[in-house]
Design a protein around this ligand. Structure first.
Ligand code: ADP
Ligand code: MG
Length: 721
C-alpha cells in the first residue's frame, strides 16, 4: 500500500538494474518474482525478521525448526550420494558441541567445489527436522572471513548488529538471490539513497507524534541499530501507511459530502405516516429509530448518501430499509431493493407487499427468472415511473433496466456484491425522463456480517456507518451445541421431539469449493438418510440447492415457510436472510468447514420466533485446533460483533468479506488487527485535518497535497489543484 515517497525522484525511481550488484539478469528476476522494479520498490521490500549477528547457536542447542539461525563451525566431510532425482550432496558440519548435516539438491558440483573441508564457515538458515535430529536444507554458507568483512560495519559508519532476513522464492535462490544476497544489495541501495530520502509527513505531524524521519526509518527497517530503534522505525512506517490510507478515505468522503449533489427528500409524508400509524405491527426498537433518523438526515441534506447499515442477523434491517424507501416515495422518487439470491428477493417481495397492505404503493419483483411479457411490462412501468418499489436480484443492475426517477437504492447483504455493482447502481440515473436534473441516487448498503470497528474504519472508510445494536424484544439467544457424528441417534431423537411439538428444522450441508457434484452427493446422501428416518406420510422433507431451477426452489421454500414440510435439507443457499419464525433448529453438518461468520449467519435463521431455538454444530471426531476454537467460540456467544472480532484475530483480514477491494490486504507493514490503536489515531488525525482543511491548501499541509496530486483519490480531484 505504501506507494509514495518524495525522495529525489530521479534517484529513487531509477531502474534497479543500475544498482551496484544487480544488473540485468537479477533485475529481471526481482521484477518477476517480487515485483521490485526500482530503487523505491526495494527500499520498501522490508525484511520479515532479523538475526542478531552476534548470536550463534550451538549445534547441540538446535531445537526449533521454525526460525532462522546462524551456526559457526567447520566442514568435516562432503559426499554426493544416490543418483537421478534423489541425487544430493551431504556435507558434514561440526562445532565443538556436535555434528549436523547440510543437504543440497541443486547446484551440487558448484557447491561441492566451493566448500573446503577443514575451513571455518558460518551457516545461516532454517533447520528442518529429519527423523529425530535436525539438518539444514540449502542453507546459506559463507566463509568466516568473508562474513566478518561484509557485515561488521555498514558503509555509512553505523555498526549493524542485525542481519535482515527477506522472503525469497525458489527462482530467486536459483539466481543467487538468497536472503543474504538481497541483504547485500539493500546495503548498496541504502548507501546510494542516503541523503536523497525526503520527508513525506508535515513537520507538525512528525513532531506531535514523535516520529522518526522517513530516511532514518527506511535505513533502520533494513539495518536496525538496536531493537528500540527498529521499533521506532516500524512505528513510523506503519503510521505513514495507515495515515495515508485514512486520509484518502476522508478526502473521498469530504468530496462526496461537499461536491456531489444529492436529491433532497425534504419531507416525511403521507406514506410514511400512514405506514407508521396503521400498518406497523410492533414498536420500533430504539436502535431502529436512531438509524432511521441518521438515514433521514442524510437524505434531506444536499449531498448524496452512501451509508452502510450494520446490524446483527434478525435485528430488523428490512423494516428500516422499507421505512426509508417510503420517505423517498413521499418525495416523488422510485426506490430499489437488491438482494443476492432469488429466494431472498422473493421473500423480501412477499413480506413487503404484505406489510404495505392497503396502501397505494406499487411494488414489483424483477429477477433473471422473470422473462417475456411479464418482464417487458415491468421494464416499461419502471421507466414510466408507475412502479414505486422494485425488488430483485442482480437483474436490476442490467443496462436494459431504466428508471424514471430513482431516488434511493438499498443493497441487502452487500458483502455478496462487489464494489463494481455498487457503482453500477450509482449510475442508474443519468437520464431523467421527466426533465428534472438528475443526481446519483442515495445508496444504503446493509450487511448482517458484522465487521469489527477497526476494519470498518478501513474497509468502509469512505462510507458512513449506522449500527443497529439491539434485537427486537423477546428474542431468546439460540442455544448452541457441538455434537460429533457419533451422536447421530441422539440428534434424531431430539429432532423427533421438536417436530412433535410443531417446530421445523433446517439441516445444512457445506458447499465446498466449486466441486458442486461432490457437494451435491453429500447433500443427497444426507437427504436420503433423513427421509429414511423421517418417512412419508408422517413427515415431509424439503430440499433446496443451487443446482435447482428457480421455480422448484421457490416451491420448496414456500412449502417450508407455510409449515407444510417439517425439515428443510439445504446447501448454504439459505445462508442469508431467510425468515421462517417457526423454524427452531438449525443443524449444520461438517460445521468445521465453515468460517465463523458463515456459521453465525446460518444460526441466524433460527431464534426468530417466540420458542427457544437451537443450533447444533455437527463435526467429525478429531478436529484441528483451529476448528475446535471456532466451534467453541460459536457455542460461547451469539453476539455477531464479538464473533467478527474473533474471526479477524483467527483468520486475518483476508477472510473477511469486503476486504479484497479495500487495500487492507496490500498493507506492507501495518496490521489492522495488531495495530488497532494506530488505526484509530491515524483515522482521527485524518478526520481532523480534512475537517479543517478539506482541500489541503494550508501551507502546512503542502506535502500531503503533493501526495494526493500525484495519487488522485477521486476522478476529478484535480479540480482542487
Ligand atoms: P435482518 O436484520 O436479519 O434482515 P429482518 O429484517 O429479516 O432482520 O427482521 C427479522 C424479523 O424481525 C422479521 O420477522 C421482522 O418482521 C421482525 N422485526 C423487525 N423489527 C422488529 C421490531 N421492532 N419488533 C419486533 N419484530 C421486529
Ligand atoms: Mg435481512
Amino acid at each position: 500500500m505504501i506507494r509514495y515517497t518524495f525522495m529525489d525522484e530521479n534517484v529513487i525511481y531509477t531502474n534497479l538494474k543500475f544498482l551496484k550488484g544487480v544488473g540485468d539478469k537479477k533485475a529481471t528476476i526481482l521484477s518477476k518474482e517480487a515485483g521490485i522494479n526500482t530503487y523505491h520498490d526495494l527500499l520498501y521490500y522490508f525484511p520479515f525478521r532479523y538475526v542478531d549477528k552476534s548470536e550463534f547457536v550451538k549445534i547441540k542447542d538446535i531445537r526449533s525448526d521454525e526460525v532462522f539461525i546462524q551456526v559457526r563451525g567447520k566442514i568435516t566431510d562432503k559426499e554426493t550420494v544416490s543418483s537421478g532425482k534423489s541425487k544430493r550432496l551431504i556435507v558434514g558440519f561440526s562445532d565443538e558441541t556436535g555434528r549436523i548435516e547440510l543437504v543440497f539438491f541443486a547446484g551440487l558440483k558448484w557447491i561441492y567445489d566451493k566448500l573446503n573441508i577443514g575451513q571455518n564457515y558460518i551457516i545461516f538458515g532454517k533447520p528442518s527436522r529429519f527423523h529425530d535430529t535436525f539438518n539444514f536444507v540449502h542453507p546459506e554458507v559463507e566463509s568466516e572471513s568473508s562474513y566478518t568483512a561484509s557485515l561488521s560495519v555498514s558503509e555509512n559508519g553505523t555498526t549493524c548488529k542485525y542481519i535482515p532476513v527477506y522472503s525469497t522464492t525458489e527462482k530467486m535462490k536459483n539466481m543467487f538471490l538468497n536472503t543474504k544476497a538481497v541483504a547485500k544489495i539493500t546495503r548498496n541501495l541504502i548507501n546510494e539513497c542516503y541523503g536523497h530520502i525526503k520527508e513525506t509527513l508535515p513537520e507538525y505531524i512528525v513532531k506531535h507524534y514523535g516520529l522518526m524521519s522517513l530516511q532514518n526509518a527506511l535505513i533502520n527497517i533494513h539495518y536496525p541499530e538496536s531493537p528500540e530503534i527498529l521499533t521506532k522505525a516500524r512505528y513510523r512506517l506503519k503510521f505513514e501507511e495507515l495515515f495515508f490510507m485514512q486520509l484518502e478515505h476522508q478526502l473521498q468522503k469530504s468530496y462526496r459530502t461537499n461536491k456531489s449533489e444529492g436529491f433532497i427528500f425534504s419531507h416525511v409524508g403521507e406514506n410514511f405516516n400512514n405506514f407508521y400509524h396503521n400498518n406497523l405491527k410492533f414498536t420500533l426498537t430504539n436502535a431502529q429509530k436512531r438509524v432511521i433518523r441518521e438515514i433521514r438526515n442524510d437524505m434531506r441534506s444536499t449531498h448524496q448518501m452512501n451509508r452502510l447499515l450494520q446490524g446483527d442477523v434478525g435485528s430488523g434491517k428490512t423494516l428500516v430499509a422499507l421505512m426509508c424507501m417510503l420517505i423517498a416515495i413521499d418525495n416523488g422518487y422510485q426506490t430499489a431493493l437488491i438482494a443476492p439470491t432469488e429466494i431472498l428477493a422473493t421473500q423480501h417481495y412477499n413480506s413487503i407487499v404484505s406489510m404495505l397492505k392497503g396502501m397505494n404503493i406499487n411494488v414489483a419483483l424483477l429477477m433473471g427468472s422473470i422473462k417475456g411479457k411479464a418482464r417487458k411490462n415491468i421494464l416499461s412501468n419502471l421507466e414510466e415511473g408507475t412502479i414505486n418499489i422494485i425488488i430483485g436480484t442482480h437483474a436490476i443492475l442490467e443496462d436494459t433496466v431504466k428508471f424514471s426517477k430513482l431516488g434511493l437504492a438499498v443493497i441487502d447483504e452487500q458483502h455478496r456484491f462487489g464494489v463494481e455493482q455498487r457503482s453500477k447502481m450509482w449510475q442508474k440515473n443519468s437520464v431523467a425522463t421527466d426533465g428534472t436534473k438528475m443526481c446519483y441516487p442515495h445508496i444504503l448498503v446493509m450487511t448482517a456480517t458484522p465487521i469489527p470497528r477497526t476494519l470498518a474504519m478501513t474497509v468502509y472508510g469512505d462510507l458512513d456507518v449506522s449500527i443497529i445494536d439491539e434485537l427486537p424484544p423477546g428474542r431468546k439467544p439460540v442455544s448452541t451445541l457441538h455434537l460429533t457424528d457419533a451422536y447421530i441417534l441422539k440428534l434424531y431423537d431430539f429432532m423427533h421431539k421438536q417436530i412433535e411439538s410443531g417446530r421445523q428444522i433446517y439441516i445444512v450441508y457445506p458447499l465446498i469449493n466449486e466441486s458442486e457434484k461432490l457437494d451435491l452427493k453429500d447433500l443427497m446422501d444426507g437427504y436420503d438418510s433423513i427421509t429414511r428416518e423421517f418417512p412419508l406420510p408422517k413427515y415431509q422433507v424439503s430440499i433446496v440447492h443451487g443446482q435447482m431451477k428457480a421455480e422448484s426452489k421457490e416451491y420448496e421454500m414456500d412449502r417450508f415457510k407455510r409449515g407444510i414440510t417439517n425439515i428443510m435439507v439445504a446447501t448454504t443457499v439459505i445462508e442469508v436472510g431467510v425468515d421462517v419464525p417457526n423454524a427452531t433448529v438449525m443443524i449444520i453438518q461438517n460445521a468445521e468447514r465453515f468460517g465463523l461468520s458463515q456459521l453465525h449467519q446460518l444460526r441466524g435463521r433460527v431464534g426468530r420466533g417466540a420458542n427457544q431455538s437451537y443450533c447444533i454444530l455437527m463435526t467429525k471426531d478429531n478436529l484441528s485446533a483451529d476448528s475446535k476454537k471456532r466451534i467453541d467460540i460459536m457455542c460461547s456467544t451469539c453476539d455477531g460483533f464479538i464473533l467478527a472480532q474473533e474471526d479477524l484475530a483467527l483468520r486475518g483480514p483476508g477472510s473477511i468479506q469486503g476486504t479484497q477491494q479495500s487495500g487492507v490486504l496490500e498493507l506492507k507493514i501495518a496490521d489492522i488487527v495488531k495495530d488497532e490503536p494506530l488505526v484509530r489515531t491515524t483515522r482521527d488525525l485524518a478526520e481532523f485535518i480534512i475537517d479543517k482543511d478539506p482541500e489541503l491548501s494550508d501551507k502546512n499541509n503542502s506535502l500531503l497535497r503533493k501526495y494526493f496530486l500525484k495519487h488522485p483519490v477521486v476522478s476529478d480531484y484535480s479540480k482542487i489543484s
